[in-house]
Design a protein around this ligand. Sequence first.
Ligand code: SF4
Ligand code: SF4
Length: 337
Amino acid sequence: MQLVRVLNYIIEKESLSKWLESLSQKSTLVVPVENETGATCFEEFNGQSLFLSGRTDFSAKKFFLPTNEKMFFFRKKTLSYGISPNFPKGRLIAFGVRACDTHALNALDHLFIKLLGDDCFYSARRKNSTIIALQCREACSSGFCASMGCSKPTGHDILLAERPSGFIAQAITENGQTLLSAEFFKKTQDPFPEPSLECSKGLSTSGIEENLYANFNHPIWKKEAERCLSCTSCTEACPTCYCYSSSDCFEFGSGDSSRSRERDSCQLLRFSEVAGQHIFRPSRESRLRQFVLHKLSYYKKHFGTHLCVGCGRCIDACPVKIDITEIANKIQGDAKK
Ligand code: SF4
Ligand code: SF4
């Protein structure tokens, strides 16, 4: 529940890890880190150094929508069935979530909780989660969150902003307030800093959903797709990509079976394969166009909101530097001629 009166608190830098340590005693706490491969992502807190200098290469999405999860099972011998024993339990706290990623979670909530009629796995994780957002000090080089209206966080429980000596914190919800314990936080009269992000990239969104759709055969799709490798790095990095496929596993010996789902990608040839081995999007051009139109046209036309939060991850992740803003801006520019 939202707090009526928002107060500001401060925490000193040296107290931060003690606070996180205390949170991790009672909940699963995930934090932004640089992993052993050099990628920045969210991992469970174990006292490691935090990555706080910008948005991570990968969002915290995997903690709400795992790459692979078993959903239910059937046991032949006992004729029993049920929801997977891995059904999400316990509280999850995500620390250091950037504004774009709070909007991405909002988009996933809209889909999995509202449109899909309360997906119980996703919903259990989200309803038991606390989001501690961290204000960006500066815009990231590939982001265009301001163009997408996603430069200020939404739906979070606590907002933090970094200062030279520590962090200033605001509890937005009652849930967030309970975590700002007096042991680590002091009240302050200091005003909360307003972000002043100037993204170097921009996207002209006026009428974009209609213009992209009307330019289904624009030559840019073919031109960009000639470089595309169908590697799925863009969909893997995107915090709003939600597509998954499900598969049934049958054990011949015991006769037991189970159903799992695993994240999937519209950039793969077999993604649109249906019975009779017909593939609806056989060309890279059609698959790249699907990715961009899903984010910036179809979802908005159907549900009133874009499915892109302007994080720029797909641009950074693409090995051949295909850029969603360059494609969309080219079509937007030509549509205005
Ligand atoms: S489409 Fe690209 S810029 Fe938009 S949310 Fe996904 S990864 Fe971020
Ligand atoms: S990351 Fe780039 S090359 Fe790979 S599938 Fe996406 S657009 Fe194509």
